[in-house]
Design a protein around this ligand. Structure first.
Ligand code: 0X9
Ligand code: ZN
Length: 294
């Protein structure tokens, strides 16, 4: 059995990744609950790529597939070797370790989405949606001011330790050409903007890169993903993708919504980790090929 035969806790995923030959440990910060936000970096290329999973606690396929992709990139496969010479990768499998642990706790809540920080003005409703807490367009339409809502945007821009740590880390890096945030579910590849239906300045390249990704992804298992502008789904503000595109100059800053389309939803059977990982690797390899050429 492998770590991909079931969903693992954050410490297990981080320990596994940090033990892979060629991986250097990274630590982005710590959380309200006292967990650390950890990952790895690897590769020797001049262009930087960051990807993470686990911003939303209940989306268990995301940390698993994030780990699977990093595992592949550190392998001796010739394509992986080539990618490591073009790029330096920074990977954070679980960006919201407090929330993830709560969804795994039998006394917790399997459907928790947010982080675990209390909201002092409303003791009955904890947590901020980390993917509404980033500073670009913070508190604009597409996020909630209500502490009890799933999309509560927090007490201020980057008020969560998780968003602050990720923002600080990405902005400490040079030449970041792609940031990818792995979520579930809906089988979508989403590119900026999410805050408006207007096309971004790089709409043509975004659409072409995402199309290359889904084409390669769909070919692996005939599981159909679609590439579209984020705002076509629903309007959002304070999200990672728009934020790193707008404030860190990361041209290819996107969100992937992994399997499935709702049959299992967030409760995706662990037997789908490996097939989901394989198709996501194919999609990202094609996508980063486009990124490298543009
Ligand atoms: O709403 C979200 O944060 C993401 N969907 S999820 O079901 N995983 O919560 C989608 C975010 C996509 N990006 C933007 N809309 N900007
Ligand atoms: Zn999500």
């Amino acid at each position: 059995s492998s770590i991909y035969s079931d969903y693992q806790d954050a410490a297990t995923l981080v320990k596994y990744l940090q033990g892979l030959p060629g991986a250097t440990p990274i630590r982005l910060g710590s959380t309200y609950g006292g967990n650390t936000i950890d990952g790895i970096k690897f590769g020797s290329g001049p262009k930087t790529i960051v990807f993470n999973g686990g911003i939303h606690a209940r989306e268990w396929i995301s940390p698993a597939v994030t780990t699977y992709v990093a595992d592949y990139l550190l392998s001796s496969d010739p394509t992986a070797v080539s990618l490591r010479s073009k790029f330096t990768f920074h990977v954070i499998p679980v960006a919201n370790p407090d929330g993830y642990a709560y969804t795994r706790d039998p006394n917790g809540d399997r459907m928790w989405r947010k982080n675990m920080e209390p909201n002092p003005s409303n003791p009955d409703c904890a947590g901020t949606d980390i993917n509404r807490n980033f500073s670009f367009k913070w508190s604009d339409p597409g996020a909630s001011s209500d502490e009890c809502d799933e999309t509560y945007y927090g007490s201020g821009p980057l008020s969560t330790k998780e968003a602050k740590a990720l923002d600080t880390y990405v902005k400490s890096l040079k030449n970041v050409v792609s940031y990818m945030d792995l979520h579930s579910y809906s089988q979508l590849w989403l590119y900026p903007w999410g805050y408006t239906q207007s096309p971004s300045p790089d709409h043509t390249d975004h659409a072409a890169a995402a199309a290359a990704g889904v084409k390669a992804l769909n070919a692996v298992n005939k599981v159909k993903f679609t590439a579209e502008q984020s705002d076509s789904l629903y309007q959002t503000s304070g999200t990672t993708d728009d934020h790193f595109y707008a404030t860190a100059g990361v041209k290819y800053s996107m969100t992937i919504e992994l399997r499935d389309t709702g049959n299992n939803g967030f409760i995706l059977p662990a037997s789908q980790i490996v097939p989901s990982g394989k198709e996501t690797v194919a999609g990202l390899v094609a996508f980063w090929g486009y990124v490298d050429a543009h």
